[in-house]
Design a binder for this molecule. Structure first.
Ligand SMILES: [Cu+2]
Length: 157
């Protein structure tokens, strides 16, 4: 039993490390992809990630896809007169030489129509589509319901 528990903990932290490791696509570096655990499948999940553009060309995130959602969308959180709303963002700019973070309270991926429960400690794949750089698939760490970031050791937030 103790051995099983240790093995489980090891596999959880391995998934976390995997999701913290930056994935490169041309001059883009994608890292710290994460979601909060979901209670069930009736409410949408949210997806967060950090995109660093080290190149000289502006790029744009135009879409995300994932097997855990029937209808993944890009959203922006806007607070107007004290009321938060989430207009659909057609595209999220990733200017040359800058870092764009999808994070709570800002841009985020909205995972409408979850196809599975997001369980803390598991990982799932998301494919990001960029106008210039193309497609890349990254592992996403599922964190606890109260998490505020990816929980990576070198998190710069
Ligand atoms: Cu949203």
């Amino acid at each position: 039993m103790k051995y099983l528990l240790t093995a489980l903990l090891l596999s959880l932290s391995a998934g976390q490390v995997l999701a913290c490791e930056p994935v490169e696509l041309g001059s883009l570096e994608i890292s710290e992809a994460w979601s909060r655990a979901s209670i069930g499948m009736t409410r949408p999940g949210a997806f967060y990630v950090t995109i660093r553009n080290t190149g000289a060309t502006d790029d744009t995130l135009t879409a995300i896809t994932t097997p855990v959602s029937d209808k993944p969308m890009l959203h922006e959180t806007v607070v107007k007169d004290g009321v938060a709303s989430m207009p659909h963002a057609m595209a999220i700019p990733v200017p040359a030489g800058s870092t764009m973070a999808l994070e709570p309270g800002g841009y985020h991926g909205m995972l409408m129509g979850l196809t599975k429960v997001l369980k803390e400690g598991e990982i799932y794949p998301v494919t990001l589509t960029f106008r210039e750089a193309g497609d890349v698939t990254v592992p996403v760490a599922i964190r606890g319901m109260g998490a505020r970031d990816a929980g990576c050791p070198d998190s710069k937030k």
